[in-house]
Design a protein around this ligand. Sequence first.
Ligand SMILES: NC(=O)c1ccc[n+]([C@@H]2O[C@H](COP(=O)([O-])OP(=O)(O)OC[C@H]3O[C@@H](n4cnc5c(N)ncnc54)[C@H](O)[C@@H]3O)[C@@H](O)[C@H]2O)c1
Length: 254
Amino acid sequence: MMDLQDKSALVAGGGGGIGRAVALALARAGAKIAVADIAKENAEKVKFEVQSLGMRAMACPVDLTKKAEVDRMVGEIIERFGQIDILVNCQGWDRLEPFVESSEETWEKLLAINFKSVLYTAHAVLPNMISHSFGKIVNISSDAGRVGSSWEAVYAGAKGAVIAFSKTIAREVARYKINVNVVCPGLTETPLLQAVRSQSEQTAKIIDAVTKATPFRRPAQPEEIAEAVLFLTSPQANFITGQTLSVSGGLTMV
Ligand SMILES: NC(=O)c1ccc[n+]([C@@H]2O[C@H](COP(=O)([O-])OP(=O)(O)OC[C@H]3O[C@@H](n4cnc5c(N)ncnc54)[C@H](O)[C@@H]3O)[C@@H](O)[C@H]2O)c1
């Protein structure tokens, strides 16, 4: 049984499909949860869901692509919960298009949400984890970041960067008993997947093709991603760091 009693967790992107499932899974294991999301109403909704499980929760409306906002938010969480033991980065955004047709504006947005926000949260939270010699960080990347994915060049680049960054941080902070790992979903039934699917006829076809290329022949449910995250935040994973775990129904096996 995974026990997160007395731990406090920051779930960034906690108002989204995977983030919500992660927040609820960690809360069921006994953690206090800070739900951080730019979608204020969704963050509030998940906060109430966590509270209805009998756990402490706070909602943090924040633009995670703004370093100053992230720093301020982390300060507020530490004031409320005393410390931060767990950080899960679940924020993300994607838009499918051929690289040659994409604009610099889109690249900036993809890099800011999918990569730079991960730097900001880690940079804000790590000093607190180091000061109490404990921490579990799980970053949600994507199988696109491991093997590439058509029409997702910059998204895949950002997700690959999350993996390389996580491995390096894992080496740097192991001496403080801090674990840093990555979970790579494949297709997962969330609002993000819905948005990509309904972008155009071609994107719907791509999603269909990826579903067919998945040995289990279906997208994951967000709860299936959350189970892997829960494991990596638990004492059962104390000796696992710098690892990348695909939870993608076998889509990638390398
Ligand atoms: N759904 C999939 O098929 C899939 C596949 C592989 C990887 N992923 C990754 O999983 C993670 C979770 O995605 P999801 O499918 O739950 O998507 P989602 O859209 O349901 O959730 C993402 C959340 O991030 C929040 N967010 C976006 N920009 C933000 C910002 N600037 N500041 C604060 N919050 C912001 C959104 O409001 C949303 O609540 C993402 O990193 C995504 O790239 C998803």
